[in-house]
Design a protein around this ligand. Structure first.
Ligand code: PAF
Length: 299
C-alpha cells in the first residue's frame, strides 16, 4: 500500500518505520520539509538509519491509507488542511491518546471510511534524530462508520508491522479501557513528575482506586459495564509493565508543552456530567493539570 502518516512524533515514526518494511510510506508534517531522517533503535538495541519522503501532495492524493498520529487537540486542524487534498474514498485511521475527537472527525470527513486505533506500543524520542522503541503492547483498530466497519483486513497489515494488533467490532470498548488507564496514570505521573512504576507505591493506592471507581461508573453509564476493582487491576498491570517509562503527560508537563488532559480526564468529566455522575477525584486532577499548563503558558 501507499501510506501517508500524518504527524512525525514518536508514535507516527514508530508505525511509519515498521509499516515501511512492507509498504511505501511518506510523512505529512506541520513543517514544510521534503524528507524525514532518523535513527530507529529497536527493542533488541539495534540501530537502523531511516529516511522517508515528506509532504508530497501527489503521494498524499494517491494514498491507499492515511494514518493520523497527531495529538488529539491537533486532529481537527490537521484534517481540515488535508480534507481538500484527499479523495473521499481514502480510509483514514485516527490514533491518539484520549477520546472525544470522533464527532468532529466524522463531520469533517463525512464520506471517508474512518477507523479509530489505540496502541499500547511504547516509543520515545531521546533526541530530535532518534526514535527508541521501548515496549510492546496491544493495538486495537475498529471502524467508526459503516464504510470502515468492512475494513477489518487492515488489522493484518498493522499486525505484520507491529504485533499484537487486532480488529475490534466496537472500537469504543478498547478506547474506554485505554482512557481508564490514562486517567489513572497520566495526571498523577505529571503532577508528581515520577515514572509510571512509582504509582505502585502504597501511598497512591487509595487515590488510584477512587479514580478507577469513578471511571467505572461513567463507562458503565456509556454502555461498557465494568467495575472499579477490575479497572484498577488493568491499571496496576500497565504500571508494572511500563514501570521505568515516563508517561506522555509527564513528558509534556516536564517540557512545558500542551497536554492531552482535555481528551483524557476532561472527556471523562464531560461524559460524567452528561450522565449526572459525580467524579470529584478526576475533576480535581483535571483542574491540577490545567493549573500546571496555565503556569507555564503565563510565563
Ligand atoms: O500516555 C502514556 O504514556 C501511555 O498511554 C501509558 C499507557 C500511560 C504508558 O505510559
Amino acid at each position: 500500500m501507499n501510506i501517508t502518516v500524518v504527524g512525525a512524533g514518536a508514535v507516527g515514526r514508530l508505525w511509519g518505520s515498521q509499516l515501511s518494511r512492507h509498504h511505501k510510506i511518506q510523512f505529512w508534517t506541520r513543517q514544510p520539509v521534503d524528507n524525514i531522517r532518523f535513527s530507529f533503535n529497536t527493542l533488541d538495541g539495534i540501530t537502523h538509519p531511516l529516511a522517508f519522503v515528506a509532504n508530497d501532495a501527489m503521494q498524499l492524493a494517491s494514498s491507499d491509507l492515511i494514518i493520523v498520529t497527531v495529538k488529539a487537540f491537533q486532529v481537527e486542524t490537521a484534517l481540515g488542511q488535508l480534507k481538500a487534498k484527499i479523495p473521499t474514498s481514502t480510509p483514514v485511521v485516527i490514533m491518539h491518546n484520549g477520546m472525544g475527537t470522533h464527532k468532529r472527525v466524522e463531520a469533517l470527513l463525512p464520506e471517508n471510511p474512518i477507523i479509530y486505533a489505540t496502541t499500547a506500543q511504547a516509543a520515545y524520542r531521546p533526541d530530535e534524530d532518534t526514535l527508541a522503541h521501548t515496549g510492546i503492547g496491544q493495538t486495537w483498530l475498529g471502524g467508526l462508520n459503516l464504510r470502515a466497519k468492512k475494513l477489518s483486513d487492515l488489522a493484518g497489515h498493522f499486525e505484520l508491522a507491529l504485533a499484537p494488533t487486532q480488529w475490534h467490532p466496537d472500537i469504543f470498548q478498547p478506547l474506554w479501557t485505554k482512557l481508564a488507564i490514562n486517567c489513572a496514570i497520566n495526571p498523577l505521573t505529571a503532577i508528581h513528575q515520577c515514572r509510571n512504576g512509582e504509582l505502585a507505591q502504597a501511598g497512591y493506592q487509595t487515590q488510584l482506586a477512587t479514580i478507577c471507581d469513578e471511571v467505572a461508573m461513567v463507562m458503565s453509564a456509556e454502555g461498557y459495564p465494568t467495575s472499579g476493582p477490575l479497572l484498577k487491576q488493568q491499571v496496576d498491570k500497565v504500571i508494572l509493565a511500563t514501570a521505568s517509562n515516563f508517561s506522555s503527560m509527564n513528558q509534556d508537563v516536564c517540557q512545558q508543552r500542551a497536554t492531552e488532559i482535555d481528551y483524557i480526564t476532561g472527556y471523562l468529566v464531560e461524559r460524567a456530567k452528561a450522565h449526572g455522575i459525580e467524579v470529584a477525584e478526576n475533576l480535581r486532577l483535571w483542574q491540577q493539570i490545567k493549573q500546571l499548563e496555565q503556569q507555564y503558558h503565563d510565563r
